[in-house]
Design a protein around this ligand. Structure first.
Ligand SMILES: [Zn+2]
Ligand SMILES: [Zn+2]
Length: 391
């Protein structure tokens, strides 16, 4: 691996060991809220380097703190630790040893990168204030960040600002992506259950056909994005599943629909909820059926604080040069648990390119791997960010 002069010497010195740690975590993936061995490993290392650690927030979460100097500001850096229920096909020597589980989103790399930074900061860090390292469980759809916050994360460990990064396949290794404002979408799940009256396929007048009602609802939903949302805003309503009926000569009594709903702004997100709820109820009623709606308010839109995003970008440019920036960063329609933390604290979520050649395999793909080349870059960046924020 190429180590250029932007990698801090203290990071380079321990790099082989930190890469081995990343690959060890990769080989032993653990799903949401089951990160027992991973969190043990994380806490044990941090304690050995002089951090005071706190276990149990959000179940398997770990928070490590280190304070230097007198009163100062406080910063939170977050890494996610969970893997996915995917069967790995990379064939790598350190591939997952557990069938059906895999670090297919690079959270092994995020964790190891933050550990590498933690070690350097404990040994050589020049800062005045409090450093909080947040290792969270269950980013992949199970809101581990929210669980940690419900367990008092920011009351117990006050943070003036919070930062996190995600590797980004398809972009050059080590290039940074920053975007102020709405960077990632909200992600809500809606389950709709239509209740009609079943009957004989030859006697429709005696029935309320749940298939017809569901079909009207699917078509009506298409008008929300096209007719209700400001065309300058982003919104997605996807009906991912419709389940109803079995036999050609039986009119279905019930139908179930499952939707994913996304937006970049809290206002559009609220509008979608209002319109979906109303359209479903009125369409069902107009056709003589009833509809039950379970609107699961999952991940909020991820909003980067403009001042903190400027600061985070500036730190990258100062250390790596202006060429380190991904030009013309666009918002992403995926969602991210760190959005909960950014609802309470100013901060910035950034991306680091995982490679546009061989490293371009997308996350959540069975052939994906975190690119180890970005570990020393990300770790050096975290060190500089902390030293600048807690100057
Ligand atoms: Zn993921
Ligand atoms: Zn991820």
């Amino acid at each position: 691996m190429e180590i250029n002069d932007t990698v801090l010497s203290g990071i380079a010195e321990h790099l082989p060991e930190m890469l081995a740690l990343r690959q060890r975590i990769h080989a032993h993936p653990e799903l949401a809220y089951e990160e027992f061995a991973t969190s043990d490993l994380v806490a044990e290392r941090l304690e050995a380097w002089g951090y005071s650690t706190h276990r149990g927030l959000g179940g398997t979460g770990v928070v490590a703190t280190l304070a230097r100097g007198g009163a100062g500001r406080s910063i939170g850096l977050r890494a996610d630790m969970d893997a996915l229920p995917i069967h790995e096909t990379t064939g790598l020597p350190y591939a997952s040893k557990i069938a059906g589980k895999m670090h297919a989103c690079g959270h092994d790399g995020h964790t190891a990168t933050l550990l590498a930074a933690a070690r350097h900061l404990a040994q050589h860090g020049r800062f005045n204030g409090t450093l909080n390292l947040i290792f969270q469980p269950a980013e992949e759809g199970f809101a581990g960040a929210r669980r940690m916050m419900e367990d008092g994360l920011f009351e117990k460990f006050p943070c003036d600002a919070v930062f996190a990064f995600h590797n980004m396949p398809g972009f050059p290794v080590g290039q940074f992506g920053f975007l102020a404002g709405g960077f990632m979408a909200s992600s809500d799940t809606v389950i709709i259950k239509v209740q009609g009256v079943g009957g004989h396929g030859a006697m429709p007048a005696n029935t309320v056909d749940a298939v017809v009602v569901a079909s009207y609802i699917v078509v009506a939903l298409q008008t929300i994005v096209s007719r209700n949302v400001d065309p300058r805003e982003m919104a997605i309503i996807s009906v991912g599943a419709v389940h109803a009926g079995n036999a050609p000569n039986v009119i279905a009594e019930t139908a179930e629909m499952r939707l994913t709903v996304r937006a970049f702004s809290p206002q559009v997100r609220a509008l979608l909820r209002e319109r979906i709820t109303r359209l479903v109820a009125t369409q069902a009623e107009a056709l003589g059926a009833t509809a039950e709606i379970d609107y699961q308010w999952d991940y909020p839109p991820l909003q980067n604080d403009p001042a903190m995003t400027d600061f985070a970008r500036q730190v990258a440019v100062e250390h790596f040069g202006a060429g380190c920036l991904i030009p013309d960063v666009k918002p992403l329609t995926g969602s991210e648990d760190f959005a909960f933390m950014l609802e309470q604290k100013p901060g910035c979520y950034l991306t680091i390119g995982n490679g546009d050649g061989e490293g371009g395999c997308m996350v959540h793909n069975p052939g994906y791997d975190f690119n180890d080349a970005i570990l020393p870059i990300g770790a050096s960046y975290w060190v500089r960010l902390v030293e600048r924020f807690l100057a």
